[in-house]
Design a protein around this ligand. Structure first.
Ligand SMILES: Cc1cc2nc3c(=O)[nH]c(=O)nc-3n(C[C@H](O)[C@H](O)[C@H](O)COP(=O)(O)OP(=O)(O)OC[C@H]3O[C@@H](n4cnc5c(N)ncnc54)[C@H](O)[C@@H]3O)c2cc1C
Length: 275
């Protein structure tokens, strides 16, 4: 039986304020040997302890090819995330993991990739975007479609400019524009009409609020995507991360070990409304 491990000490290397409620934390294990052998695939998550407050699951938002550190992009929504937001460079935290299945990146080779994300859902996809960008020759065309509440809540806008220059087609849209906003307005699915990717040789990677995933899957099916070509992250309350505590149990699966990434065919078999 797999039992939960103890958190290992890590230190904060950098904290970046991304938007009013979101920060990116760059961290590394204090034990250099542990950091050196640390490896993950995009879509995997860590259990992060903020001492005195608790432990939460967070997706790794940095590149899997940058091995000296890892990043988390965190929205301040409650008790633990609020405490994490007060961490500064040099502070300590605890890490367990990586956990979860991650995106099956090997199966995406030679395929076009469509990233569809909403809000902080870009965090785990950012890691996959880096992976695809760093092995450009292994993949086809790449499109990123990103929906946010308003222009102030757009994450990683400078990086998106870079990704655009590196051949990724990046499109953003907002629900509520500001007076200066000259870009797209509407939900992320309103961008799908602009996609030049043929569904036959494309996989779609989705992360965002359940309602976004629900409608995005419906619209992608209309475009001709099959269920096995669409992968979404199903984030569930979880505590142990190793299938031990049953907090993230869905039907006969656990989001922490069988997921959090499921393809749309698998989602249909779970007792959840596609989310
Ligand atoms: C696999 C996975 C990956 C995640 N990756 C990220 C990430 O990269 N960035 C990020 O900002 N957040 C991520 N989350 C969500 C994050 O874990 C929660 O926001 C966090 O646990 C909230 O803890 P809290 O103590 O601050 O909030 P609480 O005070 O516990 O609650 C505040 C709100 O957050 C909701 N919430 C609490 N725990 C969870 C949970 N485990 N999952 C989802 N919602 C929860 C509650 O329903 C409540 O509405 C991820 C969740 C999972 C399961």
């Amino acid at each position: 039986m797999i039992t939960p491990e103890k958190p290992e000490l890590a230190e904060v290397l950098e904290v970046k304020q991304e938007t009013s409620d979101t920060k990116t934390f760059t961290v590394r294990f204090e034990n250099p040997k542990r950091q050196k052998k640390f490896f993950f695939v995009p879509g995997k998550f860590m259990m992060v302890t903020i001492f005195g407050f608790g432990e939460i699951p967070l997706s790794i938002s940095s590149s899997p090819y940058k091995t000296g550190f890892m990043s988390f992009t965190v929205v301040n929504v409650g008790n633990v995330t609020n405490a994490m937001h007060s961490l500064k460079k040099g502070d300590q935290l605890g890490l367990r993991g990586p956990f979860g299945n991650g995106f099956p990146m090997q199966r995406f080779r030679k395929k076009n990739i469509l990233f569809v994300c909403g809000g902080c859902g870009i965090a785990p996809l950012r890691s996959a975007i880096y992976a695809v960008r760093e092995k450009k020759e292994e993949f086809g065309k790449v499109e990123l479609m990103f929906g946010c509440k308003n222009p102030q809540s757009i994450l990683f806008s400078q990086e998106m400019d870079q990704w655009g220059k590196q051949g990724i087609s990046v499109q953003t849209t907002v629900d509520k524009p500001s007076p200066k906003w000259a870009g797209n307005i509407g939900v992320v699915t309103s961008l799908f009409k602009n996609s030049v990717l043929s569904p036959e040789n494309t996989v779609a990677l989705l992360c965002g609020p359940p309602v976004m995933i629900h409608f995005a899957l419906i619209e992608l099916r209309k475009k001709g995507f099959k269920d096995r070509q669409m992968f979404a992250s199903l984030e569930r309350m979880m505590q142990c991360g190793v299938g031990y505590c049953s907090h993230c149990n869905i039907g006969n699966r656990y989001a922490c070990i069988d997921g959090p990434i499921f393809n749309a065919a698998e989602l249909k078999e779970l007792p959840v409304k596609e989310e």
